[in-house]
Design a binder for this molecule. Structure first.
Ligand SMILES: CSCCC(=O)/C(O)=C/O
Ligand code: FE2
Ligand code: NI
Length: 183
């Protein structure tokens, strides 16, 4: 279930608030400039499907989003627990970083956790199928796909190399609960 848990960035043990209603999550994230939308993600996909199948299934939504936001390129991250690269892939995003581009991700299967740090708080946002999240450029955040990653997300870019992470060097991510997907 899509869930937003908000913490003070100085205290990773005591959540200030936990939200599960879409409207509440959308409004709380809008308060820090993060757009959160729900898009139809009901196309049938097999667990082992990769970029080609995801793009074919979601071409209409991709075209609509490209027209609406002016994206210049997309790619797909499709993770499966048996993927031999799972641990390395998880490690890439586990430390706090920013990007020069917006971070726009449309989850069409599975789930993953964004941790967005803003205004002295951490917004721990579990994204699930149908969630579209859009972090403005330079938003401090990290992302955990969990020890047995399972998700497919379409990534939209406005600038080439916009996905490259700039690490802040802050170890805050190590103090917050890691993502453990509910069975
Ligand atoms: C949810 S897609 C994979 C993670 C990613 O692209 C990113 O930038 C995380 O911060
Ligand atoms: Fe990112
Ligand atoms: Ni990132």
């Amino acid at each position: 279930m899509t869930t937003l848990t908000i913490y003070a960035d100085s205290d990773a043990r005591t959540p200030l608030q936990t939200l599960t209603r879409f409207e509440d999550i959308r409004d709380a994230l809008a308060g820090i400039g993060v757009e959160f939308e729900r898009w139809d993600a009901s196309k049938p996909l097999k667990p082992e499907d990769g970029a080609e199948e995801v793009i074919a299934a979601y071409q209409d939504a991709i075209d609509k989003l490209n027209r609406k936001y002016g994206f210049v390129t997309i790619d797909v991250v499709a993770m499966h627990p048996e993927n031999p690269q799972a641990e390395a892939a998880r490690g890439k995003f586990l430390a706090e970083h920013t990007h020069d581009d917006f971070e726009t991700r449309f989850f069409v299967d599975g789930s993953g956790m964004f941790y967005i740090r803003s205004g002295g708080k951490v917004y721990m946002t579990e994204c699930t199928r149908g969630d579209l999240i859009n972090l403005p450029a330079n938003t401090t955040h990290w992302f955990d796909m969990g020890p047995k990653p399972f998700f497919k997300a379409i990534r939209f870019f406005r600038i080439a190399e916009g996905w490259v992470g700039k690490f802040t060097g802050d170890t805050i991510a190590d103090r917050f609960p890691r993502f453990e997907r509910a069975a």
